[in-house]
Ligand binder design. Structure first.
Ligand code: ADP
Ligand code: MG
Length: 682
């Protein structure tokens, strides 16, 4: 019978209805599914030098039987078989539990091979596998597959093996010759074979390398293909900004831009100018100077005749942004206004009218910006700060308040590059990876809670100098109520400690908007010197006189959040400090504290965070849109990911890719996304 890989597994000789159903439970339907059901690990039956084997490690050894075996029965059906084995120059003890029938096979001076767990202290191997004679060279690695339902490991191995032997020749190459040559990749059939039946470590490595690249390339092609399609089908504004004016504006800034700022400004400007709609993510660590980049973009858009909007997650942030933007932009006759739910009555009406008539150039605010009554006369550029705090829906509503305005998302939570180019693959990403010159690093210490007295003494020294301090309270998972209670307790402890010497304020999520405002105002006006707070203070707050950050129970926070919290200090010219009060039990917890004391670089921290937590956890509960790969691992294989990203970008741009037969298979992948159907692909 003529076979093809898309046939049901039942077409294979040796697979009947029962097996078909068992395989179906594992989502294996076709021969192709079966052949590409890869092992998740391998039993390693290579012989090892005993000197290199660690305690409790699993190992395969070859040796000569050096004593008659002795068999002891104990309990019901339990037995222990022991003998000595000479492995090269080592004489070790071998134990087999509950395999009494082996006794007759263990013969003095014969060579045997065993596999088991090595107990270094007792110089004993607790074995579970045995065969006569020396190691069979061909079978060094045995594949181990994920199993579900009734299938056994032996079964799945057999079925895959017979599928490969009957149909392996049908596996087609999906890569063009040029790619195979360029990266010296195994061809697809060999790679599949080596995944299941590797002849040695190197063979396996090469097979993995091929599939890692294949998975990444196909994924990136889809992402970039979608983006290309999106771009070409979402006409944007060709914002013709006034370059001389813009240059003049940049020259008037109180400081020169860092190189990183210049780079991202150029990226943003070229998006504004292009006929496509900007869909860009701007990442920059706390204090890297995103605000001024936003101001430059808004100014450019203004000179092109458009209004701008800046949406931020909290009122406090909105007010701070209005202030800083007014200082930068008002000298250029640009009118900036604030709109939050606290702006009411006559003032609100005035703003709404000014906006609709085009008298107001830039509107800054909270999600009040997306209410129906807010109408722009000519919205051209929308920026959202801390984009992860807004839902997709809110961002869409804001965007639709103009006709295809350009959109920029800013975030101070650095996302590791690996994730940025996968999860946000359909967005362009700009990164400010450099701090303005002269920025002092925040000295960070890790202390145990019993050292609280010394920590408070240290804190008071800063207060004596006229500085201020934040004290962040324990985070209690899933319970804002308990968080608040903790903050209240710490507040009363500190109030008692500082007596009338310093004023201690209290901030938490249960306070009303007005109360929060008042507390923050008192702190920024230095009427309050120590602010005890839950994590509500995390985002964007700017009080440069605060130089001390104490975080209780720091082990309960993730690295990114600790870094965000720490970013509240170090905003003025004085040296700042961060003290982590923590007593982590786990190694990962200790590692986190250590990393915090060692680096101030948010990108380094986010990469570390990803490493410690794994991609699944990084964004919290099941992030939608996280790609799943069979072979590749985004963290481990990040170099391959970057290579694939670059290759995909080049391919998508090239005419050959869309026309030549060589790329037929790769194009088919893209067509599966559906959007290119009926499209002229060149
Ligand atoms: P963030 O990226 O956290 O929003 P900001 O935009 O608030 O950072 O900038 C932090 C501080 O650094 C501000 O006081 C700002 O004026 C200053 N700043 C920004 N860019 C530069 C620069 N190129 N040189 C010196 N200081 C700068
Ligand atoms: Mg900012």
């Amino acid at each position: 019978m003529e076979q093809n890989l898309n046939q049901s597994v039942i077409a294979l000789k040796g697979i009947g209805e029962e097996t078909r159903i068992a395989l179906e439970d594992m989502k294996i339907f076709t021969i192709h599914d079966l052949i590409e059901y890869f092992p998740y690990r391998y039993e390693d039956y290579r012989l090892r030098d005993l000197a290199e084997v660690k305690h409790e490690e699993k190992v395969t050894l070859e040796g000569k039987v050096h004593s008659e075996p002795s068999l002891v029965y104990y309990g019901k059906k339990k037995s222990r078989l022991t003998f000595r084995l000479l492995v090269e120059r080592y004489l070790i003890q071998v134990v087999f539990f509950n395999q009494p029938y082996l006794k007759n096979k263990i013969i003095m001076n014969e060579t045997i091979t065993i596999t088991g767990k090595w107990d270094q202290h007792r110089q004993t191997i607790s074995a579970n596998e045995f065969h006569n004679g020396a190691q069979v060279q061909n079978n060094n690695f045995e594949p181990v597959y994920t199993l579900k339902g009734s299938l056994t490991m032996k079964g799945i191995r057999k079925f895959i093996s017979l599928a490969f032997h009957q149909c392996g020749h049908l596996i087609e190459e999906t890569f063009p010759e040029s790619l195979i040559k360029k990266y010296k990749l195994l061809n697809r059939r060999d790679a599949v074979r080596a995944m299941h039946f590797p002849s040695n470590q190197e063979d396996l490595k090469q097979a993995r390398r091929r599939f890692v690249y294949e998975e990444f390339l196909s994924f990136q092609l889809k992402m970039l293909g979608l983006r290309k399609f999106e771009r070409e089908h979402s006409p944007g504004l060709e914002q013709k900004y006034d370059l001389p004016k813009l240059k003049n504006f940049i020259d008037s800034l109180p400081f020169p831009l860092t190189n990183a700022q210049k780079k991202v400004v150029n990226e943003i400007l070229s998006d504004l100018k292009s006929p496509y709609r900007m869909n860009r993510l701007l990442q920059g660590d706390v204090g890297s100077g995103k605000t001024v980049v936003a101001a430059i973009g808004l100014y450019a858009s203004y000179t092109a005749g458009y209004q701008g909007a800046l949406m931020v997650p909290t009122e406090i942030l909105a007010e701070q942004h209005v202030e800083s933007l007014k200082i930068l932009l008002e000298p250029f006759q640009i009118r900036c206004e604030l709109l939050t739910s606290s702006v009411k009555g006559k003032k609100r009406k005035e703003i709404l009218r000014g906006l609709a008539q085009g008298d107001i150039d830039i509107l800054i605010g909270t999600h009040a910006l997306i209410q129906n009554e807010v109408i722009f006369s000519k919205l051209g550029f929308v920026i959202t700060d801390e984009q992860h705090r807004f839902g997709v829906e809110q961002r869409r509503v804001l965007r639709e308040k103009g006709e295809n305005p350009d959109v920029l998302f800013m975030t101070a939570t650095p996302i590791p590059r690996t994730l940025a180019i996968t999860v946000f693959g359909e967005m362009d990403v700009s990164i400010i990876d450099e701090m303005p010159a002269g920025r002092k690093t925040i000295e960070t210490y890790w202390a145990k809670e019993e050292m609280l007295d010394r920590v408070l003494g240290f804190l008071e020294k800063e207060l004596v100098k006229g500085q201020q301090a934040y004290v962040i309270c324990p985070l209690i998972e899933e319970s804002e109520k308990l968080d608040v209670q903790n903050a209240i307790d710490v507040h009363s402890t500190l109030t008692h400690y500082f007596q009338s010497r310093y004023k201690v304020g209290l901030m938490h999520g249960r306070l009303g908007a007005e109360e929060k405002e008042n507390v923050m105002k008192a702190f920024s006006g230095n009427d309050v010197q120590v602010l005890v707070s839950t994590t509500v203070v995390e985002v964007g707050v700017n009080v440069p006189n605060a130089t001390m950050m104490v975080i209780y129970d720091a082990e309960r926070f993730g690295l990114s959040q600790l870094h965000q919290l720490r970013g509240r200090v170090g905003r003025g010219s004085e040296q700042s400090y961060c003290i982590l009060l923590a007593d982590p039990k786990s190694d990962v917890g200790k590692e986190r504290m250590r990393i915090m004391t060692e680096t101030n670089d948010g990108f380094v921290l986010s990469e570390k965070d990803l490493e410690l937590r794994g991609p699944g956890d990084f964004f919290g509960k099941k992030q939608s849109g996280m790609p799943e790969f069979k072979v590749a691992d985004m963290v481990h294989d990040f170099r391959a990911l970057e290579t694939a990203r670059n290759d995909a970008a080049q391919l998508i741009q090239s005419k050959v890719f869309w026309t030549s037969d060589e790329f037929k298979h790769l194009r088919e992948e893209l067509e599966k996304t559906g959007v290119f159907e009926g499209e002229k692909l060149d």
